[in-house]
Design a protein around this ligand. Structure first.
Ligand SMILES: NC(=O)c1ccc[n+]([C@@H]2O[C@H](COP(=O)([O-])OP(=O)(O)OC[C@H]3O[C@@H](n4cnc5c(N)ncnc54)[C@H](OP(=O)(O)O)[C@@H]3O)[C@@H](O)[C@H]2O)c1
Length: 247
């Protein structure tokens, strides 16, 4: 068994996950990059000396097969996720709500259940859940995403209680506005104009590296230190709906 610590990052093909993979490799981890877009994770794995595994976190059988062939795991970063649509609750499409639940909630559940035995065996495991400030407060048009991220927050909180006494810590990072590669484009179904409007006039939104920095800090604390919940926003955002824009 390798002495190098191993970190599995889901959604490592883009944005926060890709930045996290890069940063954890720089911190000395062997990084296992997972996502659906194989070309992207293979290229990044090559660059940082990691391993790439094509994986859809909503596919339980695929997650179990991935876990079975994995070996040592010290850190699981449950990052894959995102928002689809910005409709009101009245007009939201149940299919979008289901898709958001599948990736943001069941994806975390599948990965965590499948990797807990290896994390436990490591003697000092970390489960990290990338939630959102949408996990903590509602906003108009947030509907299904707010609901899904509240559920992800609840998984982290419940798991921390259930694992108390075991050598596994559970960290939740809740970012506010991050100008990542794909988040707003996915939310607005590829409409680049609407996606750009999310960050319009915001001089300095967070970028993916800012969040990767908090992940690296949280997972490299001494094992007895558990960063339960870290809320990270840009200075220009005081609440989900309170954003300073210079327009
Ligand atoms: N950007 C923000 O403002 C913000 C704020 C708070 C929280 N977050 C959260 O941060 C996380 C990363 O988002 P981001 O901003 O970096 O967005 P992004 O650039 O769109 O990245 C999303 C990542 O999730 C992966 N993904 C999506 N569905 C997946 C699935 N079914 N199976 C496996 N991977 C899947 C994507 O990879 P593939 O498409 O290749 O599968 C991609 O790598 C998400 O959980 C998001 O909700 C973002």
């Amino acid at each position: 068994m390798t002495q190098q610590k191993v970190a599995v990052v889901t959604g490592a093909s883009s944005g926060i996950g890709a930045a996290t993979a890069r940063r954890l490799a720089a911190e000395g981890f062997e990084v296992v990059l997972t996502a659906r877009r194989t070309d992207r994770i293979e290229a990044l794995a090559k660059e940082i000396g990691g391993r790439a595994h094509t994986l859809d976190v909503t596919d339980r059988a695929a997650v179990d097969a991935f876990a079975a062939g994995l070996g040592r795991v010290d850190v699981l970063v449950n990052n894959a996720g995102g928002a689809i649509g910005a409709e009101t609750v009245e007009h939201g499409d149940p299919a979008d709500w289901l898709a958001m639940y599948q990736v943001n909630v069941l994806g975390v559940l599948h990965m965590t259940q499948a990797l807990l035995p290896a994390l436990r065996a490591s003697g000092d495991g970390t489960v990290l859940v990338m939630s959102s400030t949408a996990a903590l407060a509602a906003y108009e048009g947030g509907g299904g995403y707010v609901a899904a991220k509240h559920a992800a927050h609840t998984i982290a909180a419940t798991l921390r209680l259930e694992l108390c006494g075991e050598p596994i810590r559970v960290i939740e990072i809740a970012p506010g506005m991050v100008k990542s590669e794909g988040f707003a484009v996915t939310r607005f179904r590829g409409d680049e104009e609407k996606a750009a409007a999310v960050y319009a006039g915001v001089a300095e939104p967070l970028d993916s590296e800012d969040i990767a920095d908090t992940v690296a800090w949280a997972v490299t604390r001494p094992p007895h230190v558990n960063i339960d919940l870290l809320v990270v926003r840009p200075r220009a955002q005081a609440a989900n709906h309170k954003v300073h824009r210079e327009l």
